[in-house]
Ligand binder design. Structure first.
Ligand code: SAH
Length: 219
C-alpha cells in the first residue's frame, strides 16, 4: 500500500497516525489488517486544510455540502464487519462522501463500486482518489438507494448514510455469504448487518450510531 501524498506536512507523520491506531485498538477494533490500513491512509488529505490538525482525532468532521467524513472508529468497525466474509472481489459502497472509507476498502477488495448523490462531492473525490493513486474504484454520481444491479453480485455492500427503514432490496445484490452493513433509523440509529445465506438471511443488530441521512435523488 502506498499513497501519493501532496504537501507532506507534519500531519502525515507516522506517529500521529500510530496514536489514532492505538486509540482504535483501545476502543475494541481487533482486526490488525484494518488497523494497519487506518495507520497508512492519510486522512488529512480528505478534509479541508483548515481542519487538518484534527484529521487524526477519532471524530467525524464537516466536508461541505452539509455532509461529514465518518469517525475513524466507525470506518474501522464497518470495515471489520464486511471483512468477516472471505469474499474480496467486489464491494458496493453507498455514500462516497470524501472517499476516506472508499480508500480503506480499496486496500482490501479487487474493485470498489461507490455511489455519491452530490455532484460536487463526487467530482472532488474522483480527483482526490486519482491524485492519491487509488485506481480500483468505480465512482458514480447517482442515487445509490437501489444499489447497482448491473455490477451485482457483491461480496459486500456498505451504506454510509442512515436509511429510515431496512433496505431489503439491496440484499438481493449480495453473493451467497456476502454481508450488507448499514445504519438504520432517523433519530435513534443503530448499525445492522444482514448476511445472505444459502437458504435465507441472518440479521444482526449492533451498536448505536449517528450518520447523516440517506436521501433520495441526486444533487
Ligand atoms: N463514506 C464517507 C461518509 C460520507 S457521509 C466517509 O468515508 O467519511 C454520507 C454520504 O452519503 C454523503 O456524502 C451523502 O451525500 C451520501 N448520500 C446520501 N444519500 C445518498 C444516496 N441515496 N445515494 C448516494 N449517496 C448518498
Amino acid at each position: 500500500m502506498s499513497f501519493n501524498i501532496p504537501g507532506g506536512s507534519g500531519m502525515t507523520s507516522a506517529r500521529t497516525r500510530a496514536r489514532l491506531v492505538e486509540r482504535l485498538r483501545g476502543s475494541g477494533i481487533a482486526d490488525e489488517a484494518v488497523l494497519a490500513v487506518i495507520g497508512e491512509v492519510p486522512r488529512h488529505v480528505f478534509v479541508d486544510e483548515a481542519l487538518s490538525h484534527r484529521a487524526y482525532d477519532d471524530v467525524s468532521l464537516p466536508i461541505g455540502y452539509n455532509q461529514t467524513i465518518s469517525q475513524p472508529y466507525i470506518v474501522a468497525r464497518m470495515t471489520e464487519l464486511v471483512l468477516g466474509w472471505a469474499g474480496r472481489g467486489r464491494i458496493l459502497e453507498i455514500g462516497t462522501g470524501c472517499g476516506y472509507q472508499t480508500t480503506v476498502l480499496a486496500q482490501f477488495y479487487k474493485t470498489v463500486y461507490s455511489i455519491e448523490r452530490i455532484g460536487g462531492l463526487a467530482k472532488g473525490t474522483r480527483e482526490r482518489l486519482a491524485e492519491l493513486g487509488v485506481r480500483n474504484v468505480r465512482l458514480r454520481h447517482g442515487d445509490g438507494s437501489r444499489g447497482q444491479p448491473d455490477a451485482a453480485p457483491f461480496d459486500a455492500i456498505m451504506i454510509t448514510a442512515a436509511a429510515p427503514i431496512v433496505p431489503e432490496l439491496l440484499v438481493d445484490q449480495l453473493a451467497v455469504g456476502g454481508r450488507l452493513v448499514f445504519p438504520v433509523g432517523v433519530e435513534d440509529q443503530e448499525l445492522r448487518m444482514i448476511e445472505r445465506l444459502a437458504d435465507g438471511y441472518a440479521e444482526t443488530r449492533l451498536e448505536k450510531v449517528r450518520f447523516v441521512p440517506l436521501l433520495p435523488g441526486v444533487a
